[in-house]
Design a binder for this molecule. Structure first.
Ligand code: CDP
Length: 253
């Protein structure tokens, strides 16, 4: 069988040409990186969990009318997505202070913000994805004013959806990052939520204990990353509650 053509290898995913024109296969790796890849490890099972979780969030978003690039999950580690041109921005939505916002503004981690705050970073690893303003985005032509209106609306809709889903399973959505893709239909373009939505790109805290269930577990050496991600998947009903209770298939005579 001919090997698929690799299009791009990123830190956590590899992209291959899809079976139809305009499609891409996203392969979720077990590689974990933090601090712009200064810290690296291979965490067995992370790719499988992120594939499952991202599918769950993208499908849910589609069901409430938020367009995404997701088409279908193919297997444990791969999903089929629509190919799109990625807007070179990381769109971050914050409900509580944490991470770089806490450092920059001296606000204690976990402080609830007066309202969701949306930030934009220019996607460039060599620069460490710097924070930029809408002035930079307009002046350098990374996105038009119409795009920015649509991106803000998409980001806030994703925030409402994800916050609600997570709240329902006892998890606080502290912040998250999404990426936006452009899909061209003839002369028209549509903006869709692209890349992935997983605990790699969100901060998720248990509501009662404030236990971290996201990539900070890896960044800050707080324990097992797969245990944390499995807990999120389990609460969302994506994993059996008690794996020990799964019995072998019984042969029917
Ligand atoms: O994560 P870090 O402290 O470096 O940056 P942040 O600006 O506080 O990140 C805000 C949110 O965006 C967190 O949920 C990060 O996991 C996510 N993020 C990401 O997924 N990828 C990046 N390159 C930067 C942030």
């Amino acid at each position: 069988m001919a090997r698929r053509k690799k299009i791009y290898e990123g830190k956590a995913k590899t992209l291959y040409e899809g079976p139809e024109p305009g499609t891409i296969v996203q392969y979720f790796k077990d590689d974990a990186t933090a601090f712009n890849a200064e810290k690296k490890d291979v965490i067995e099972g992370k790719g499988v969990l992120n594939n499952l979780l991202s599918e769950y969030f993208m499908l849910g978003l589609g069901q409430v009318g938020v367009p995404t690039h997701f088409l279908k999950r193919l297997n444990m580690r791969e999903q089929l997505v629509r190919s799109c041109e990625i807007v070179p921005l990381e769109v971050i939505v914050r409900n509580y202070a944490a991470g770089t916002m806490s450092k920059r503004l001296g606000i204690a981690e976990g402080t609830q913000l007066p309202r969701p705050i949306v930030e934009y970073c220019y996607k460039d690893d060599s620069l460490g994805d710097p924070l930029v303003t809408e002035e930079h985005i307009a002046a350098f032509g990374w996105a038009s004013q119409q795009d920015m209106d649509d991106i803000l609306s998409l980001a806030l809709r994703v925030n409402d959806f994800l916050s609600g889903i997570m709240y329902g399973v006892g998890i606080k959505l502290i912040d998250f990052k999404i990426e936006i893709g452009r899909i061209y239909d003839g002369d028209f373009q549509r903006l869709v939520v692209a890349d992935e939505i997983s605990p790699d790109s969100c901060r998720l805290w248990d509501i009662k204990t404030e236990q971290k269930l996201d990539k900070d577990v890896f960044r800050r050496d707080l324990g097992s990353l797969t245990d944390a991600y499995s807990e999120v998947a389990r609460r969302l009903g994506l994993m059996p509650n008690n794996p020990a209770s799964i019995t072998k298939p019984t042969l029917i005579n």
